[in-house]
Write a protein that binds this ligand. Sequence first.
Ligand code: C2O
Ligand code: CU
Ligand code: CU
Length: 483
Amino acid sequence: MEPISRRRALQLGALGAAGVVVGGWGLTRQFTDLGGVRTTGGGGALGSPAELRSTGGTLRVELDAAPFTGDVAGRRVSMLGYADGVPGPTLRLRPGDRLQVQLRNNLDEATNLHVHGLHVSPEGNADNPFLTINAGETFDYDYQLPPDHPTGTFWYHPHLHGSVADQLFAGLYGAIVVEEDRPVPVARERVLVISDISFDGQGNVRRASQADRMMGREGDLLLVNGQVSPVLEGRPGERERWRVVNACSSRFLRLAVKGQQLQLLGMDLGRSERPDDVDEVLLAPGNRADLLVTLRAGTTELRTLGFDRGGMGMMGSGVASGPATLATLAVTGNSVAVAEPVPDGPTPRDLRDASVARRRELTMAMGMGMGMGGRMMSFTIDGKEFDHQRTDQEVNAGDIEEWTIRNTSPMDHPFHLHVWPMQLVEERGRPVEEPTWRDVVIVPAGGAVVVRIPFEDIVGRTVYHCHILDHEDLGMMGVIEVG
Ligand code: C2O
Ligand code: CU
Ligand code: CU
């Protein structure tokens, strides 16, 4: 099969490939306001990114990272996207698949690609965060998912240290779905990629100040699949599955829909045996939620409730990820029959009784004193800023380890480890009762979390970092080698 580019996929969409609706359009049609007010105007039916699905065990795609220009409220804005739109296409895979991505760098600066959450090799031309793809270059990535790869919602974004937050904030991200054998019966499944962005008076993506970077920048506008305040339509009784990606560079999302019952099927990877009723779900930057909603008649809003993620201590005031409306849910018409029951999922693995080969402590900190580039404040793990030449943790392949991750700073930091998922076993001093797997865990200000990690299947050298991507760019990242 020939690799399919986004442009090609768009053409296929126009020719009527089933279920392909083009999300990038939202960006050019939906903005009505540039003035720094969150989610004003908008409206219009929610679009979805193009979907590219593996066939015969392989998915080959071309991703063009490039600037593009959209029309916003009669003004032009410039963003970055994986060819013409935001978000990039959704890549649909099965466990055991091979994913081949030809990345073409049509930016005017270097970039690279990371497949966040995939349990694949971090070496060579696979999920290697140390690669640099220069402007004008093309690079062939090749990822092999193991046959027992976890199902769930994952995503892709650039990972070139120093420019990750700038590039992601400007529009470079897309979703990856690893599908189950026995899917939950639903009337429709939606991929909801939530991001934020700000523009300046010229319609360019607003540059972050030094203070923005230290706090972790948050955008003035919230986008769902590249749209401001889109409308999701359905009929009473229909069960929908929402695969939500928090693609904001720093903003925490506390999702809630008044008047609708949300059920959490899973977060980040895998699923629980049975979905849990929840009133809200907290997603740190990088987290994903797998939600079921059985629609009730009426018009309600999908909102993010405010979340205080701490502050800079003596440097200034706190940072709140403020409350905002993300989308409207309009449920009208005749009720449909009750949906079939949700099949039980497999019992998740539980490492709480496993024997632990080694325990480590890692400390995330913000310090006064000279950081990179003469900054007033440094962002460190174990007192050190990122150095790609230094290996901070050496782990024996096959070991199960227990890590206590501390945060001595006055701000929450979401800790992310590439390649190997983590089981959260202790949070805020309390044991976690259910087997809970994540690839991003929130380490609260002045607190700690304990995780257990099976360093199995895959060897190689990669990174762990704060997923407030400004902090990662400022140095809050370390290198791990498993072998
Ligand atoms: Cu989503 Cu290392 O990142
Ligand atoms: Cu990642
Ligand atoms: Cu951080």
